[in-house]
Design a protein around this ligand. Structure first.
Ligand code: ATP
Length: 232
């Protein structure tokens, strides 16, 4: 275990009947860092994330989470790949973000829930847009609403699952700039799944490269070299 890790992955193996997708993986993710998770289609990125999210039980090994001081469990936020939302979608941005606070009587929030909701809207620059229908928002705004939804429970770890794919260059950079600000101001740890090396190098410090069941890690400056090696 590393001194300040948020996740320690130890001898993690996930095997499906016909395939070993993760093969004895060992790595630590440091608290407060932004890390890219790279790998070809079918390399096992989703499988790794599902295991981190307790959606999948490892065949062998384990993932140890280290919640921060005063927290009982590691809260994880998840932002999916952008998919367009029908223009008829009825909920306002605020109500959509609030869907992730269902613990009580949505949409009648307790005061602390309402405060968390407003904070998530503020941190994603959506405060002024909170009452517009999500269906009428731009692609970038919709994706920021997904980010706000992931933030509303005050996560310590944020997983961006190809969350910038299908956005235009401006919206990609806006989203990643916001995430970078949260990383710096709140020590939010980020796992950024992407096929975009340029964004990985611009916004993250380290990479995790999944290939044939194994993971290699390193500083993002070495990313192109690693990728070329894997394809040599
Ligand atoms: N429940 C399952 N049962 C059997 N095989 C599975 C299961 N889930 C995933 N797989 C297989 O495991 C491999 C890794 O899949 P995974 O979805 O983790 O890859 P990925 O890197 O996320 O791919 P992509 O970039 O396309 O999303 C694939 O060959 C997939 O078919």
């Amino acid at each position: 275990m590393h001194k300040d890790s948020i996740l320690d992955i130890e001898h993690l193996t996930v095997r499906f009947p016909d395939k070993t997708v993760l093969d004895d993986i060992n790595l630590s993710i440091q608290r407060g860092t932004m890390v890219s998770l790279i790998g070809e289609n079918g390399a096992g990125k989703t499988t790794l994330i599902r295991t981190i999210l307790h959606q999948l039980k490892p065949t062998k090994g384990k993932i140890i989470a280290h919640p921060g001081a005063g927290r009982r469990h590691l809260e994880i936020g998840y932002v999916p790949q952008f998919r367009n939302i029908d223009t008829g979608y009825p909920l306002s941005i605020k109500s959509f973000v609030g869907l992730n606070r269902l613990k009580h009587r949505w949409p009648f929030y307790l005061p602390q829930e309402h405060a968390a909701l407003i904070s998530a809207l503020k941190r994603t620059n959506l405060l002024k847009l909170q009452n517009i229908r999500l269906g009428s928002a731009s692609g970038g705004e919709k994706q920021r609403a997904y980010l706000a939804q992931a933030l509303v429970n005050d996560p310590e770890l944020l997983i961006l699952d190809e969350a910038t794919a299908s956005l235009d260059v401006k919206a990609k950079n806006e989203l990643m700039t916001l995430v970078q600000q949260l990383n710096q101001s709140d020590q939010l740890t980020v796992i950024f799944i992407t096929h975009d090396f340029e964004l990985a190098q611009k916004y993250t410090q380290r990479f995790m490269f999944l290939n044939e069941g194994k993971i290699e890690t390193g500083p993002v400056a070495d990313l192109s070299e690693k990728f070329l090696e894997a394809h040599a």
